[in-house]
Ligand binder design. Structure first.
Ligand code: PDD
Length: 296
């Protein structure tokens, strides 16, 4: 049976959905997206994801439209979980909004057009083996633009970086702007240095990861010293631990970088404790602590 997706107001089998060739998402990558987890029919940190989507729409200067109202998008996602029989267990929810359909020209359409909204759900298997045993990563230069805080569908540098990691037998590419560790191709990067949990600060150079915020708050609550300060590539070989966070990752310890062992070569105590607490929070399916909506 084909899965049911949502496309601009309609629920229909994915193989019947059609995107207009003049859609600005297709032509220009003119849109934003979110990837969310659901557990037993509840969106994990749904509000934080939808808030980030709204910030992305504002960042791309989208006009306000009822089709992209957060409450409407949230009910669409929940309805899809129901329609696809995903109200139990782990699921991944994908949500994408593009500027809509208009004759091709770089500038925004002259007359307001309805944004294209696409949402889909799939069953998800958490990467438990990697979480338990750790995994390898590579480093590579960060070739992206200067607004990485916007979760746009322009993902070519991320796609290339992840492909290079795969070809090297690694699960992720840790991106470097010159020598500064920014983030991974689809994850945020943490290191433990001198007993301090460090990660890049919330600037335009990184995506402000929802999982990153939760893990930072868990580290703080556990009494671990935490610092949002960029990690220099030269510090990586000195790190006691390195780990990644993200919606499809939860938290995965990195035990090798560019073929070199990190710390003991096994998942470290901080990563193991934070993973355990993170999974417990998710299992409770209770709302995560309200640390996510930090105003700037
Ligand atoms: N990616 N950094 C980048 C560049 C990302 O694309 C992602 C998420 C993250 C982690 O953010 P969060 O914790 O909010 O998922 C960091 C999603 C999973 C994706 O592209 O599918």
């Amino acid at each position: 049976m084909s899965r049911i997706i949502h496309l601009s107001g309609e629920y229909l089998p994915s193989n019947e959905a059609r995107i207009d060739v003049d859609d600005r998402g297709f032509l220009f990558g003119d849109g934003v997206y979110e990837a969310m987890r659901a557990l037993d029919g509840t969106l994990i940190e749904g509000d934080a994801h939808l808030l980030r989507l709204q910030r992305g729409l504002a960042g791309l200067e989208f006009q306000l439209h009822p089709a992209v109202d957060s409450a409407a998008l949230s009910s669409t996602c929940l309805r899809l979980l129901e329609l696809n029989d995903l109200k139990e267990g782990h699921a991944l929810v994908y949500l994408q909004v593009t500027r809509g359909v208009a004759q091709r020209s770089h500038h925004f359409p002259n007359d307001p057009v309805q944004p294209t909204v696409y949402a889909s759900t799939t069953r998800f298997t958490p990467p438990r083996e990697l979480q338990e045993n750790g995994a390898a990563a590579i480093t590579q230069q960060d070739q992206r633009w200067k607004r990485c805080d916007l979760k746009t569908i322009n993902l070519l540098p991320n796609v290339l970086a992840k492909q290079h990691a795969r070809e090297a037998g690694a699960i992720e590419a840790i991106l470097l702007r010159d020598r500064v560790v920014t983030e991974g191709s689809h994850t945020n990067v943490f290191a433990v240095l001198g007993g301090v949990v460090r990660t890049h600060p919330r600037t335009a150079e990184i995506l402000h990861g929802v999982t990153r915020e939760v893990v930072l708050s868990l580290a703080g609550a556990a009494g671990l010293p935490v610092e949002e300060r960029a990690i220099d590539a030269l510090e990586l070989p000195l790190a006691e631990e390195v780990f990644l966070t993200g919606t499809t990752t939860d938290l995965i310890p990195i035990t090798r970088i560019d073929g070199r062992q990190v710390g003991s070569g096994r998942p470290g105590p901080f990563a193991r404790m934070l993973l355990e607490r993170y999974l417990a929070l998710m299992r409770d399916a209770a709302p995560f602590p309200q640390v996510l909506v930090r105003s700037r």
